[in-house]
Design a protein around this ligand. Sequence first.
Ligand code: ZN
Length: 279
Amino acid sequence: MAETHVLLCAIAPHLKDALEQHRRVSGQSLSQILEQALSQYLNVGEETLFQTSTISALVEGVYRGDLTIGELKQRGNFGLGTFDDLDGEMVVLEGEVYQLRSDGTVAMVPETVKTPFATVTVWNQDVLHVCHDALNYDGLQAHLKSLLPSDNLFYAIRIEGTFPLIKTRTVSRQTAATRLIDAAAQAQICRFEQIQGTLVGFWVPLYMQMVNIPGFHFHFLSHDRSCGGHLLDCLTGNITIAFDETPYTQIALPDTDAFRGVDLTKDTRHELEAAEQDR
Ligand SMILES: [Zn+2]
């Protein structure tokens, strides 16, 4: 059960009448109606996956967005992405935004920094599993597939525990025009052994493949918040796996010349696959 707060506020008589009528007709409690109304008005629905831009624009090298980290934090407290100029991998965990840099360091990010691509949700755990099997990333994905209630909905996934091995990649700031596949090919590869930490990620249905990264996508952040990156491979120890099903999605497209002008008619699925996976 999520933490709740009691609000005491004054509203006009006509709003109170409308609220009462809605309560009678819908059968919902006042709390349910107000929570839904505020979530919609403030764009912070727990059941909504929010993303800025599209993965195909990132593949095409649109590395500058118009959404600030401060604005992103208003849309969710859990997620991943990258930063303007592809300056590292992003992890959003418990409301903090971490920048995993290619030199192996982790920084907290000023709220004015912008992101060209990020996906977040308000974390609201639906299911928790415990797993003691030693699984590599292929095995972990197969295990996750067996746990997911459906392939056709979005899931935020949080995996916490010990990992005998984590292999990550971290992209570095791009100073010239590149495609994502070339930037990823130059990315820093790191191996961490016997490490505690969190995998922050999503399951995205295949039908979204030009919009977001289809399948599983995880970023790792160590328990001491000192290192991490885009997950390429792993070996799991004792872990807990938590899901949050998010049946709604909301996409904010960048109001920039680069996004307006880029050709997004090409099929970039193979390039994306090559950029995101271990080779
Ligand atoms: Zn990634």
